[in-house]
Ligand binder design. Structure first.
Ligand SMILES: *[C@@H]1O[C@H](CO)[C@@H](O)[C@H](O)[C@H]1NC(C)=O
Ligand SMILES: *[C@@H]1O[C@H](CO)[C@@H](O)[C@H](O)[C@H]1NC(C)=O
Ligand SMILES: *[C@@H]1O[C@H](CO)[C@@H](O)[C@H](O)[C@H]1NC(C)=O
Ligand SMILES: *[C@@H]1O[C@H](CO)[C@@H](O)[C@H](O)[C@H]1NC(C)=O
Ligand SMILES: *[C@@H]1O[C@H](CO)[C@@H](O)[C@H](O)[C@H]1NC(C)=O
Length: 378
């Protein structure tokens, strides 16, 4: 059990990036992702045995018209087809909230805020069993507490579903059409899932899911690449292959250009930038990630949850994901403890891996009514 046991060299060599609570999930893997036993560079996408690849995005028009497309699906409503969108934010980082509120207003959804927590604010008596305060930075403890507060609020308010966002994320200006394509693929995959036991409210994402992991920084497929997958082709908002990350056990070259892979996790997924929970999923997550023993940091343990599937959890993820951590302009050394960075180096322009039409970087264009710009011309 546990990410740690699966691949100790990689996990031990993680340096945490950034000093603020929400940066802490941006793990950096020293020695490269192939330094462990999974290095046998994985396999063909024979994986698409399923070739359930439904060509959903086949007729995808240009990004600007994608953005403006109208649709009556609830995915397009002001909470993205969930009952709530919850943003996690430390109260004294009002600056981050400013950005996210503006971004969500311009993409057409509303965020409800839950306060983040600083590690030292968690007294010893409230530290979960299994957590080693000497092993993990205090900020990871605070981050765990903040996520659990958000998950608990879903349970307490008996929401049918909610999307949880960290406050330094970014997304594409075409988020809603992207989510609508993801929703169709997710429903296809749920055909093989066990049925929900609680009577679920109707959801545009389907009735039989617990957790939708739609913002991660790293995806591993199992050795055989045998996890169920749906390929979304011809998505004009997917960056060219050489600009894409998040692929840890496969190469983008193995897949068609401009595709997204929606899949049922059977290996590790890292970084909890954005994930949705259904009512049933929130109860399972509160038990496994909150109430029971916590041997490791939040996103690693959520990875355990989706990989090992205790409680019969039904997870669906996609790569490249729809939410990513933004690296703001400013001193590069502030992102990272890694020595290779020149302490004087300044990033002149902020950047967000994987996100082609970054909402954050297009705030001015959107407000001034201009066409959003791509981050990369090729
Ligand atoms: C998979 O689907 C694509 C697009 O629908 C099709 O062109 C291709 O022939 C299929 N491959 C297999 C192995 O069925
Ligand atoms: C958006 O759709 C979801 C799913 O149908 C629903 O639970 C939620 O209440 C809707 N949001 C609004 C603001 O109507
Ligand atoms: C807010 O977004 C702007 C534009 O990308 C960026 O320069 C700034 O660093 C962001 N601030 C925070 C706190 O993320
Ligand atoms: C709206 O989106 C749903 C998926 O969310 C799709 O099934 C449906 O065909 C779309 N309808 C229109 C009119 O585009
Ligand atoms: C990710 O995909 C790119 C493009 O195919 C490839 O060059 C790179 O090696 C892949 N990364 C990993 C860790 O496999």
């Amino acid at each position: 059990m546990g990410v740690m046991n699966h691949s100790p060299p990689v996990w031990r060599s993680i340096l945490l990036v950034g000093i603020f609570f929400s940066l802490l999930h941006w793990a950096y893997y020293v020695g490269g992702p192939f330094s462990d036993s999974f290095s046998s560079r994985v396999l063909k996408p024979a994986a698409f045995e399923a070739n359930r690849s439904s060509d959903i995005a086949h007729k995808a028009p240009e990004a600007s018209s994608v953005r403006e497309s109208t649709n009556t699906s609830d995915v397009f409503n002001s909470t993205l087809g969930f009952e709530k969108v919850i943003g996690l934010n430390l109260p004294d980082r009002a600056d981050k909230r400013d950005n996210l509120s503006l971004m969500s207003a311009l993409t057409g959804f509303k965020i409800s805020w839950v306060d983040g927590v600083l590690g030292p604010a968690v007294p010893d008596k409230a530290v979960p069993f299994g957590w080693d305060r000497t092993q993990w930075p205090e900020a990871n403890l605070g981050s765990w507490r903040g996520h659990i507060n958000a998950i608990r609020s879903i349970v307490e308010d008996d929401l049918s579903s909610a999307l949880i966002l960290e406050d330094d994320v970014d997304w594409d200006v075409s988020l809603k059409p992207q989510l609508s394509q993801f929703a169709e693929a997710a429903k296809t995959l749920q055909a093989d899932f066990p049925k929900s036991t609680l009577h679920p409210d109707p959801s545009p994402y389907g009735q039989d899911w617990d957790l939708l992991w739609i913002g991660a920084c790293l995806t591993r497929f199992n050795r055989e690449q045998s996890e169920p997958k749906v390929l979304l082709r011809n998505d004009p908002t997917v960056a060219p292959r050489h600009r894409l990350g998040q692929n840890d056990t496969f190469a983008w070259d193995e897949y068609p250009e401009h595709s997204r892979i929606v899949y049922v996790p059977d290996h590790d997924t890292i970084c909890s930038f954005a994930y949705a929970l259904s009512r049933e999923g929130a109860r399972k997550a509160l038990l496994y990630l909150g109430v029971e023993d916590q041997p490791t940091v939040f996103d690693f343990h959520m990875s355990d949850l989706c990989r090992d599937k205790p409680l019969g959890i039904r997870c669906i993820s996609l790569v490249p994901g729809l939410f990513m951590h933004h690296r703001p302009r400013g001193r590069v050394s502030h992102d990272s403890d890694i020595l290779e960075f020149d302490p004087e180096e300044v990033r002149e322009v902020g950047t967000t891996e994987n996100i082609l039409y970054s909402t954050r970087l297009n705030l001015r264009n959107l407000i001034e009514g201009r066409e959003p710009q791509k981050q990369w011309a090729d």
